[in-house]
Design a protein around this ligand. Structure first.
Ligand code: ADE
Ligand code: ZN
Ligand code: ZN
Length: 271
């Protein structure tokens, strides 16, 4: 996701953090504002662009070698590269965030990576190898030449919300929380975190990746990539995709909140 999506995932997660886990995160981040997770949600994207942080670029995705739109799937052994992937990163930083022997600086770094990677995992094209996660699929969106990946990350969410500021993200998060609490997602939200366990992080994160990757075949490119390369993706394709974008951002936030609560509880229990 882009800045808007990551900040929205973070605000949704903040809504579900228990008070103790929220204080723990605020203390680590040295930020008691009401945007303590949103403020750091895109840090990992800035870091990957620095010389020192280049190594972390593969941790933002898992390149599922499936065959869309006929077959969609994720296989951790097959798809997580030697340099690591989002699933191995979530496993590693979950351990590190919960490790009371690490320094505050290392724990804080682990938290910042988790807030970002759990968000990226719900963007279907971050769980897909085809054309470098859609970066190589040239499309037109609202008369603007770009690629399918950036439309999913950034441009479609921004058209929905009408901006990309923290206030825009907070507004979007509030409406997604309403959908979870009493709206369209009320009956299914429990299934988004069902079985999630920090004692088997690879299995849990692989389930999240498989869930997101399945949308490649049904929503992202149901008729193949070539069908997207002529004409403008707005409004027909946008209308077919935007509901999935909202769902996946809501899921990312709900899962992240629950995940940080689980890490915090385990940390306290093992003291
Ligand atoms: N680089 C290589 N594969 C990618 C993907 N699936 N998403 C984003 N960047 C990538
Ligand atoms: Zn992306
Ligand atoms: Zn990222």
């Amino acid at each position: 996701w882009g800045v808007l999506g990551h900040a929205t995932v973070a605000y949704v997660a903040q809504h579900y953090l228990c008070d103790e886990a929220a204080s723990w995160a605020q203390e680590l981040l040295n930020d008691t504002s009401d945007s303590y997770l949103a403020n750091i949600a895109s840090w990992a994207d800035s870091y990957r662009l620095t010389t020192a942080g280049k190594w972390s670029a593969p941790l933002h995705y898992i390149d599922a070698m499936d065959d869309p739109p006929t077959s969609c799937n994720v296989d951790y052994e097959r798809d997580c590269g030697d340099e690591g992937c989002s699933i191995s990163a979530i496993a590693n930083y979950t351990l590190r965030a919960g490790d009371s022997d690490l320094t505050a600086a290392d724990t804080t770094e682990a938290l910042k990576f988790l807030v970002h990677f759990i968000g990226d995992l719900t963007q279907p094209l971050h769980d897909e190898n085809y054309e470098v996660g859609g970066n190589g699929i040239a499309v037109t969106f609202q008369n603007y030449s770009d690629n399918l990946h950036s439309d999913w990350d950034t441009y479609m969410p921004e058209v929905l919300v009408g901006g990309s500021s923290l206030a825009d993200a907070q507004g979007w998060a509030d409406s997604l929380v309403d959908e979870i609490t009493s709206g369209a997602y009320k009956t299914e939200a429990a299934s988004w975190i069902k079985g999630d366990t920090i004692s088997d992080t690879v299995t849990t994160a692989t389930r999240w990746a498989l869930d997101a990757n399945s949308f490649i075949c049904t929503v992202v490119m149901p008729d193949g990539a070539a069908a997207l390369e002529t004409g403008d993706l707005y409004p027909t394709y946008y209308n077919s995709a935007i509901g999935t974008i909202e769902l996946q951002v809501a899921k990312g936030g709900y899962r992240l909140g629950n995940w940080l609560n689980l890490i915090y509880k385990q940390k306290i229990a093992s003291k």
